[in-house]
Structures are given as structure tokens and as C-alpha cells.
Design a binder for this molecule. Sequence first.
Ligand code: UDP
Length: 372
Amino acid sequence: MKHYDYLVVGAGLFGAVFAGEAARRGKRVLVIDRREHIAGNVYTERIDGINVHRYGAHIFHTNRDNVWNYVNRFATFNRFTNSPVANWHGELYSLPFNMYTFNRMWGVVTPEQAYEKIESQRRAAGIGEPKNLEEQAISLVGTDIYEKLIKGYTEKQWGRPCRELPAFIIKRLPVRFTFDNNYFNARYQGIPIGGYTEMVRRMLEGADVELGIDYLTDRASLKTVADRVIYTGAIDAYFDYSLGCLQYRSVRFETERLEIPNFQGNAAVNYTDRETPFTRIIEHKWFEFGLDENGRELPTTIISREYSSAWNKGDEPYYPVNDEKNTLLYEKYRVLSEKEPNVVFGGRLGEYKYYDMDAVIASALDLCDREL
Ligand code: UDP
């Protein structure tokens, strides 16, 4: 077998950015992935002219000029703006929390009225400095919105009470006293035209790629293939869970093709009540305005219901659970990882971090600066 400077384990965003950069700087790079496809969880598969987000909705957004310029070298982005709708027992609300939401919830018309309503609910709940997600949510948007749009969704998503979750999770969402339902505050936003898989394929140009290879199973033979390893898999799996399992949330998708042009009129509808078993439905065609690559309207549609579940060994890990217990355990694994000669750990699973796509790319580019 050919000898390489780098073996990159994982063909997701972190691995692809590093591998492509290394190859372009004259390094010999082999990328392996245990899945049969590249692009990790941003993988899109084209079915009936629709780019289906197989591992859940990915909407690229960033404030980082360097990352935006970087991704635009590999794809052209469309003007998709994420504005999910919340469905609570059939009542529809605008997300993120903004004047449309407040008007629908309370009939208030001005920002001042909305602010007063939230303030009075916050006072009634006796919230001081928020210590957990529940207190943080009530303090930001009051009890009505917490009860209808946050509590059920969050408890389904994370599988534990909001009082036991860290406040930072809910701070991801903007709260606005304007009629602006753009889910993100980021300066740049969009979806790569032609799908994420094609973007990642272009990022990887210059590196060798082999799919269906599990590093952890073939570790002994793969160790000698390259001088250095960039490992983007789960850090606890790398160490055979020797200090215990980190917790993750897993997600299951039920994907269905429907012989109708329009199922829900939006890319994402969140089901925020506790009784609906799934957290959201994605209708993939709306990420690209319902049009195929030639600009023609698509006659059919594909939807995915998303179910959140606890992670058990063997499941796909999606979201790291960044609570205190897991953060402490990760810290121990991180100390171990630093002693591992010629192996660098990176990305969502390698660093056990709730990473947005742009932050993953920024972190991979930082590694390139240090490593190459
Ligand atoms: N969230 C919520 N209601 C919603 C959408 C989000 O309560 O309708 C909360 C929930 O706790 C979730 C967090 O906000 O985990 C972050 O949401 P985001 O959409 O950023 O999650 P992701 O898209 O990463 O799954």
C-alpha cells in the first residue's frame, strides 16, 4: 500500500477541509470513512431531483468572512433563509421568537406590549439569574412561550427535563422584538446549490478517498499507512470507552416520498407539543424553493420525520450532551488524546462539541495553520 503523510479518519466537514488543504499543500493524504459515502452528516442524496438531507437539515450560516469565502470556492450558495414554523397541537407560530410569534400568542401589536407581557411573566415566575434551560427560557420569552414552544420540543430533543439542561442550548435561538423571522443572526446564509455532497467532493479533490473502512476495527493495519492521523470519530470510541461512555443524543429519520407537490409549505415545521412523537418534519424540496436543477417545479415531494432518541453503543451519535458530567468525562479523554503520539482529534465527535458547520470549518482551518 502507498505511504501517506496523513490518514484522515472521517470524510465529514472537518476531515474534508483538512484533507483537501493538506493535499493542495503537497501532502499525500488518504481519507477513510466507515460509511459508504463522503460528507458525514451533511451528506445529501438526490432523489427525484430533490437533494435530501439524509442526516437532518443543514442550513449553512456564518459570520466569519474567511469561512464564507472558503466554502464559496467549492459551491455556489442559494438564498435560502431558515424560518421554521412551530406547530403546537395544530396552532402555528413563527420562529424564532419574534413579533409575529408574540402577536399570535397574545394578540399584542407593539414591541412595548410584547416586552411588558414577557416581563410580567418573568416576574410572576420569580426568575433571577437563570441557572438552567427552563429559567433561561422563561427569562427570555415568558412562561406561555416556554410551555408551548420550548418545553415539549426540548424534552423530546434531549430526553430530560429542561431544569436539568444547560442554559446555553436555548441561547442559540434569537429573540427579537421586530417582525423578522430569520432563524439566524448570521451575516451569510444559504444552501450549496447541487447539494452538500458535491461541495464536500470538491473539497476533497487531491486526496485519496476509501469508503466502507472502519478505522477502529482495522486500527492495527491502518496505523502504519501514514505518518500522522487526523481522527474525527468519537473520542470515547477511540479509547474503547475505557473511561466510560460519553452521552449523545441520536436521531432517527422516517423518510417518505409523497405524490403531491406541497406537504407543509415550508422546509421545517417543529412539533413543539409533548404528545407528537417526532420533533420536526423536514420537506426537503423547500431548501431549493421547490425547483429542480433546471428551475422547473417538482411534482412530488420528500419529507422526513425526525425522532430523537437516547444513544446506545452501535447507534449513530449526533448531539453531544454537554452537561457537567459529560464535560468532565470528555476532559479526561482529552487529556488521554494529547498523549496519543501522531494523532490529532478534531470535529464534532473528536472534540465532543455541539458544533455548527461554520465553526467546524473554522476549527479545521486553524488545524491546517498549525499542522501544515
Ligand atoms: N428549541 C425549542 N423549540 C423549537 C426549536 C428549538 O425549544 O421550536 C430549543 C431546543 O432546546 C433546541 C434548541 O432550542 O435543542 C436549539 O435549537 P436548534 O434549532 O439550534 O437545534 P438544532 O437545529 O441544532 O437541532
